[in-house]
Design a protein. Structure first.
Length: 183
């Protein structure tokens, strides 16, 4: 039976296998850098949850995790520029190595705000890992320390990424047909 969501996908950018291979490589890279330390993986909900779960299984070091919910999109396709925290950390991060886990680094507005907000809590370090980097849309001076793939300026969904809370459960990352989000 054909998945009804597939009809809304213009084309697949990254297959499930390509994503898993890249996440495993990121996990190995991060494990090497943080050997002997216990970083806190800080997931930015909701989009990060699939990537973060796989990334946590791909690292071979001790680590902790927490989540924040930060929004600047609402149900739209571009950032509003107004960032708001809807769920804050549940722990003190002073003196800890923080790895912010994000699904996509797009305009950079949200992550730039979040990095500044977290730095006031005096962690040892703040690094960013994002599955997707979309530099063509960057509006803030921020770059990922680790990233899976560079993507074109297209609206992508799947593997946790959504449009209006849909398509997160696709096992691959695809470009959403413009007629789906422009109607």
């Amino acid at each position: 039976m054909k998945n009804e969501m597939q009809e809304d996908i213009l084309r697949v950018l990254f297959t499930q296998e390509e994503i898993q291979n890249r996440v495993n490589a990121l996990g190995a890279q991060i494990s090497g850098v943080y050997q002997g330390r216990t970083p806190l993986f800080l997931g930015v909900l909701k989009g990060c949850f699939v990537f973060m779960a796989d990334l946590m299984r791909a690292v071979s070091i001790q680590c902790n995790m927490d989540f924040m919910a930060v929004s600047s999109y609402g149900n739209g396709t571009s950032s509003t520029g107004a960032v708001r925290i809807t769920k804050d950390l549940s722990r003190d991060i002073e003196g800890q190595d923080i790895i912010i886990v994000e699904d996509i680094l797009d305009s950079g507005i949200t992550l730039n705000y979040l990095r500044g907000y977290l730095s006031t809590r005096l962690p040892s370090s703040i690094r960013i890992v994002t599955l997707l980097d979309k530099p063509d849309r960057r509006r803030a001076d921020i770059h990922p320390d680790y990233f899976g793939f560079t993507v074109p300026d297209e609206f992508v969904v799947g593997y946790g990424l959504d449009y209006a809370e849909r398509y997160r459960n696709l096992p691959y990352i695809g470009i959403l047909k413009p007629e789906v989000y422009s109607s």
